[in-house]
Write a protein that binds this ligand. Structure first.
Ligand code: NAD
Ligand code: MG
Length: 360
């Protein structure tokens, strides 16, 4: 078992990575509460609900479950209300702990419910997708989508603990695994050349789901995200580097319709476009762009923008992104492998060249 600590004063918490699901004493120590509500979905419940629920019930606790429909389209206030319905109908007090068992959609909604129920109750993340294990379960961003914008309603709410069991990835569809891996590659690019090299050298072992090496990958990513978040919990400045590739990626996601391109697939193409622009600006050399392309391609991820998009439609979609502040496009650009920064200082003609190059 690997343990990391996210240091955020009174909101600090541990991240456990290893055989968490079969570790009954860890589950019981983490969830010492008398009242527990496990939130999951129709796909994950048959796979992992019992193994979490059984030790808690056997310990004599009051345990309820909320099984939500599966899908990003259900990440709404209406769905969160179903969690409140159970909490209130079954008289759960403000000493309840919520457990998010599932991917990022479940984690984001459960965290938001925990932030709001009786003005805040404890919650524990048990992420079961690669994306949620390396990204969304750490850092405290929670929330839901609004018809007018993704993740537009939410709260910062740090979990009490994160329990990551890499063996859950054995049941995850391969396309979802690859999508999560896009964020893993991104972490290497923005913060650690050593981590990026580790990924290059261990790629086939990772994709064969070797549990030892997966635990290292997950720990490496959580460590990178932890360090960024400890410096800037609420994204006033440095935390924004975690958005490398995301302004490009969001343009793809919104144009193609959510779900047709998974978030991670759009981010993968976006990271490459950001790298290409960084090279055109003379920040990095093209050999590094090629390395990122090679790792991305070998991970089963797209390296071009969708054929439906033109440079003009792409640029227009980028300007609609929520991170565009008063008409200024700010992008995360790469300085070297393992270093990135947010800037609005770039020649827009070169951005045009990048878009011309990728949208054909
Ligand atoms: P997801 O939660 O939709 O999960 C993907 C699919 O895998 C779903 O169908 C799910 O039911 C299924 N699944 C989950 N675990 C499984 C398992 N072990 N075996 C088989 N199937 C399994 O998607 P995701 O990629 O995990 O998360 C995406 C969401 O995360 C988005 O809503 C995004 O906005 C959010 N997100 C949040 C943050 C944050 O900081 N809070 C960061 C990144 C992404
Ligand atoms: Mg992302």
């Amino acid at each position: 078992m690997k343990t990391l600590h996210v240091d955020l004063a009174e909101r600090s918490y541990p991240i456990y990575i290893g055989e968490c699901l079969s570790h009954e004493s860890l589950i019981l120590e983490t969830l010492s509460h008398q009242e527990i509500v496990i939130v999951t979905n129709e796909t994950v419940a048959p796979l992992y609900l019992d193994v979490i629920k059984r030790p808690l019930v056997n310990a004599g606790k009051k345990v309820a479950q909320v099984i939500l429909p599966d899908g990003e389209k259900y990440k709404t206030l209406d769905t969160v209300n179903k969690i409140f319905d159970v909490l209130l109908a079954e008289n759960f007090s403000r000493h309840v702990a919520l457990v998010a068992l599932g991917g990022g959609v479940i984690g984001d909604m459960t965290g938001f419910a925990a932030a709001a129920y009786q003005r805040g109750v404890d919650f524990v993340q048990i992420p079961t997708t690669l994306l949620s294990q390396v990204d969304s379960s750490v850092g405290g961003k929670t929330g839901v989508n609004h018809p007018l914008g993704k993740n537009m309603i939410g709260a910062f709410k740090q979990p009490l603990a994160v329990l990551i069991d890499p063996s859950t990835l054995k049941t995850l569809p391969e396309k979802e695994f690859s999508a999560g891996f896009a964020e893993v590659i991104k972490h290497g690019v923005i913060q650690s050349a050593e981590y990026f090299e580790f990924l290059e050298q261990n790629l086939s072992t990772i994709f064969n789901l070797d549990l030892t090496v997966l635990a290292e990958v997950i720990a490496g990513s959580c460590e990178i995200k932890r360090k960024v978040i400890e410096q800037d919990e609420t994204e006033q400045n440095i935390r924004a580097i975690l958005n490398l590739g995301h302004t490009f990626g969001h343009a793809i996601e919104t144009t193609m319709g959510y779900g047709n391109w998974l978030h991670g697939q759009a981010v993968a193409a976006g990271v490459i476009m950001a790298a290409d622009l960084s090279a055109r600006l003379g920040r990095i050399d093209s050999a590094l762009v090629q390395r990122i392309v090679a790792l991305t391609q070998a991970s089963g991820l797209p390296v071009n923008c969708p054929s439906e998009m033109t440079p003009d439609s792409f640029l227009a979609a980028m300007y609609r992104d929520k991170k565009v502040q008063s008409g200024t496009l700010r992008l995360v650009l790469i300085n070297s492998l393992g270093s990135a920064e947010v800037t609005d200082q770039f020649d827009s003609a070169l951005l045009g060249e990048t878009l011309e190059h990728f949208c054909q």
